[in-house]
Design a protein around this ligand. Structure first.
Ligand code: C5P
Length: 221
């Protein structure tokens, strides 16, 4: 039986950074599910579609080809055969991802892919609905949070380092909009399940968060 750790939480809580490190420590693969919704949004935006149109998205999702590769614990995501790992990291794609992720048709296709990947490999998966919907029997469920200002600060610094021109206030309001969209959608929303352990990373270092998760895994799984 393959093992799985689900890490869910709002935008900018540090899920990907933490999930990458935990998976490297355990020799598991790391799956960033947000990248999949981003790839769908990228395709919709570059095809001139409205990311809020259910009809457009239902059409687009039918023959989209999203695949993932894992080499040296680095995830790459391919959209219709092209590596889009970098081009999905723009603020426009972030908002688009949150819009397309509302639709059941989109989610079912992504969830199917996510479950296939986890079916025969040990995995640390991060997202919004991993513990609640994708892998309800995950061996360990973490709900990773941080104060809104701290999450916005971290994301702002990340975008500045990549040379993207955005203001702190824009990042903060974009994040709040995404969190509210993710928490209020009717199908597989962002929720903390009763069996998930909440970790608030506001005043913790990355290594402290990783150590805490390793402690939970080593003692309870
Ligand atoms: O994690 P990341 O910020 O890259 O995710 C981008 C968007 O994709 C989120 O704002 C959310 O709307 C959506 N998402 C989701 N379910 C997941 C992962 C991401 O709805 N499991």
């Amino acid at each position: 039986m393959s093992k799985s750790i689900a890490i869910d939480g709002p935008a900018g809580a540090g899920k990907s950074t933490i999930a990458k490190k935990v998976s490297a420590n355990l020799g598991f693969i790391y799956l960033d599910t947000g990248a999949m919704y981003r790839a769908v949004a990228l395709k919709a935006i570059s095809s001139g579609m409205d990311t809020k149109s259910q009809a457009d998205l239902a059409k687009l999702i039918k023959d989209i080809d999203i695949s993932i590769s894992h080499e040296n614990n680095i995830q790459k995501i391919f959209l219709d055969g092209i590596d889009v790992s970098e081009s999905i990291r723009t603020p426009e794609v972030s908002s688009g991802a949150s819009a397309v992720a509302v639709f059941r048709e989109v989610r079912l296709k992504m969830v199917d892919l996510q479950r296939k990947i986890a079916s025969d490999r040990d995995v640390v998966m991060d997202g919004r609905d991993i513990g609640s919907y994708v892998l309800p029997n995950a061996d360990l469920k973490i709900f990773l949070t941080a104060a809104a200002d701290e999450r916005a600060r971290r994301r702002f610094e990340e975008l500045m380092q990549k040379g993207q021109k955005v203001s702190f206030d824009e990042v903060k309001s974009d994040m709040a909009a995404r969190d509210s969209n993710d928490s209020s959608r009717s199908f597989a929303p962002l929720v903390r399940t009763s069996d998930a352990i909440e970790v608030d990373s506001t005043s913790m270092t990355i290594d402290e968060v990783v150590d805490r998760i390793m402690y939970f895994y080593n003692n309870y799984c």
